[in-house]
Design a binder for this molecule. Structure first.
Ligand SMILES: NC(=O)c1ccc[n+]([C@@H]2O[C@H](COP(=O)([O-])OP(=O)(O)OC[C@H]3O[C@@H](n4cnc5c(N)ncnc54)[C@H](O)[C@@H]3O)[C@@H](O)[C@H]2O)c1
Length: 270
């Protein structure tokens, strides 16, 4: 159901690779709610992904940008405000990638240039995105910036590897930049800590299938899907959450506050 929550609002959505992507589902929901936006992804993802299909469906333009490149981001912000006809009201950072995970390196055997690349893409890019928006004064007052994260920032999940450290950094950047964006521009900045979700990035994590079933059994409401995450993000882009900022918001069916569930106890009871 659509409520016109984002009517007249403009934004940028990073990270829609294919129909499973959280950003893809979010773009569809934002469109349904009346928002207009520019889609962006790394130039390489343009070739792999089906982003053109999403652009056609949502009447959006695509501007390629590597989120680690300050030049690309400056160009993206300038072009997006021109295309959309004004300053922005929302931005979704839905970007993550670990070279150590991709190359099968254990956390205890990291190759540090892989670590640095993964940190740049997954964590520092959020600072770069916000600094580009801030310097260009591209956000409207009461705008909203959201990035996606995972609970491995707070608790250890062995196979999440160096992405755990990247997410901890990302969440810290949300708080630190959220202070300045709030004070100077009345813009809110939050991270959503999402359940494990079957996407390209999610399935790259070793043991993902066992892990997603475990999380499903541990969460009183079950795992939050990509579509659920899109709904939650829409609420954070809307005017109904104007004073929520600098928060890491768990969106996980209750997983993060559950010690153990009956289903998991049953698995261990003979
Ligand atoms: N899938 C999960 O289980 C899960 C759980 C919690 C949080 N998240 C987070 O959600 C976000 C979106 O991931 P997803 O699960 O939708 O997977 P996805 O693979 O569909 O999206 C990841 C996106 O990052 C983009 N990207 C990679 N390098 C980039 C670069 N240099 N510049 C710009 N974009 C780049 C990819 O092209 C892709 O579109 C990520 O931050 C991820 O860590 C995912």
């Amino acid at each position: 159901m659509a409520y016109n929550l984002l009517k007249g609002k403009r934004g940028i959505i990073f990270g829609a690779l294919d129909e499973h992507s959280i950003a893809w589902k979010t773009a569809e929901r934002v469109h349904e709610e009346g928002g207009t936006f520019v889609l962006t992804n790394a130039p390489i993802a343009m070739r792999m992904g089906q982003i053109k299909e999403l652009a056609a469906k949502t009447n959006s333009e695509i501007i390629p940008a590597d989120a680690t490149s300050e030049e690309d981001l400056e160009n993206l912000v300038t072009q997006a405000t021109e295309i959309l006809g004004g300053k922005l009201d929302f931005v979704l950072h839905s970007i993550g990638m670990s070279v150590n995970v991709r190359k099968g390196r254990a956390y205890t055997d990291e190759k540090y240039d892989f670590t640095a690349k993964g940190w740049d893409v997954s964590a520092l890019s959020f600072h770069k995105v916000m600094q580009s928006l801030y310097k260009a004064d591209a956000m409207n007052e009461w705008g909203s910036i959201v990035a996606l994260t995972y609970m491995a920032a707070q608790r250890t999940f062995p196979d999440y590897n160096d992405m755990a450290d990247n997410k901890a950094y990302l969440e810290s950047v949300a708080r630190s930049f959220g202070y300045f964006f709030g004070k100077e521009k009345k813009v809110r900045v939050n991270t959503i800590s999402q359940s494990p979700t079957p996407t390209t990035a999610g399935q790259g994590v070793k043991g993902f299938d066992g892990f997603i079933s475990y999380a499903e059994k541990m969460s009183p409401l079950g795992n939050a899907s990509a579509a659920d995450c899109a709904d939650y993000t829409v609420s954070l882009f809307s005017d109904l959450t104007k004073k929520v900022t600098m928060q890491n918001l768990f969106h996980d069916g209750g997983f993060s506050n559950t010690g153990v569930s009956q289903e998991v106890i049953d698995e261990f009871t003979e």
